[in-house]
Structure formats: C-alpha cells, structure tokens
Design a protein. Structure first.
Length: 67
C-alpha cells in the first residue's frame, strides 16, 4: 500500500490535517511505531532478519547493508 496516511514529522502531519474538511463527527488518532515491535526477541534478531530477507529474495548486497 502507498504511504498515503503516514506523516514524516509533526509539521507534515499539521499541513495534511489543514486540508481535511472536518465536522463534529470526525476524530483524529495517532499511532507511535515504537510500540509495535516490543515483543521481538533480541537474542536472535540478526539471524531472524537475515532469514526473512533471504526468504523475500533480497539482493545479497542489500542484506549485508541491513545487517
């Protein structure tokens, strides 16, 4: 999916919100990505990352850079 609902920073979000015609029934929510990955086991994270990158047919140079 395109990142049409993501903001790069708070200024970007404020600009986007100004363009939305709002009424009393609209609500705004924010989500913070830092809390999405708290359950990843840190002991084997590099090996798991390597596995998933190779599973998704990534270029070896890209894998090496990410790792």
């Amino acid at each position: 999916m395109p990142n049409m609902f993501n903001a790069k920073n708070s200024q970007d979000a404020a600009r986007d919100l100004q363009d939305i015609p709002a009424n009393d029934y609209y609500k705004t929510i924010t989500l913070d990505i830092k809390d999405l990955y708290v359950n990843l086991p840190t002991r084997n994270i590099v090996n798991m990352t390597k596995f998933w990158l190779k599973t998704n047919n990534q270029n070896q140079n890209i894998i090496d850079e990410i790792l």
